[in-house]
Design a protein around this ligand. Structure first.
Ligand code: MG
Ligand code: ZN
Length: 214
């Protein structure tokens, strides 16, 4: 019974996600679903990325959060359109939430829409929101065992940002093992090592995004 309910929920979500995708394609907007654990550094990485993209492409952000508007307030300082979604405890964004949020944006003026999902390595990967691609932030402090423990999100993502790479010497994170696991799960996955402290990899990530914009 439970399996059937979940199938129906995902089926309804997929239909709405397809609508979102059609709309975004029509408006020539590239949409990124940015996922990762709480504390992996999604918002800080996003802020650094926005600084690199400023003046190059028109970006808007949708911020998914359980309760607060803290991340959206941080993004607002970059003078770009930002819409806050509070899931009121919900552990992922779905296509309906993104559809409603997108209605508040001027889609004719956006080339890249970055959606920061709720911090969670599990169900955000199961809910299509109509994005062009998924990106997952995995920070060094989370441990190198995460790709094998949460395989779906890494299989679904076009790119993984190995964040806080500057902390590598202070942890037992085995970079070689992590890379091998990621490649085994998803041979085409792009791996970019990033640090918001040293600035490493932010240019590469920004360029990757610019390369996806129409
Ligand atoms: Mg955040
Ligand atoms: Zn969830």
């Amino acid at each position: 019974m439970e399996v059937k309910v979940m199938k129906n929920i995902l089926g309804e979500n997929d239909a709405l996600a397809a609508e979102n995708r059609r709309l975004f394609r029509e408006k020539k907007i590239c949409v990124v679903n940015l996922m990762g654990s709480p504390g992996s550094g999604k918002t800080t990485l996003l802020e650094k990325t926005l600084s690199k993209l400023a003046g190059k492409i028109n970006v808007a952000v949708i911020e998914g959060d359980l309760f607060t508007a803290r991340d959206a307030e941080r993004i607002e300082r970059h003078n770009i359109p930002v819409i806050q979604i509070n899931t009121a405890g919900g552990c992922h964004l779905d296509a309906a939430m993104v559809k409603r949020a997108a209605e508040s944006l001027n889609l004719d003026e956006i080339q890249l829409l970055i959606v920061e999902n709720v911090g969670n390595l599990v169900c955000p990967a199961e809910f299509d929101i109509g994005e062009n691609f998924k990106a997952v932030v995995l920070s060094i402090t989370e441990g190198d065992d995460k790709p094998l423990k949460y395989p779906l999100i890494f299989k679904e993502s076009a790119v993984v940002l190995l964040n806080k790479i500057d902390l590598l010497p202070y942890t037992n994170f085995n970079l070689e093992n992590a890379r091998a696991d990621l490649q085994a799960l998803h041979p085409q996955i792009e791996i970019i090592e990033t640090s918001c402290t040293s600035g490493a990899g932010i240019d590469a990530w920004a360029d990757w995004l610019i390369g996806r914009v129409n």
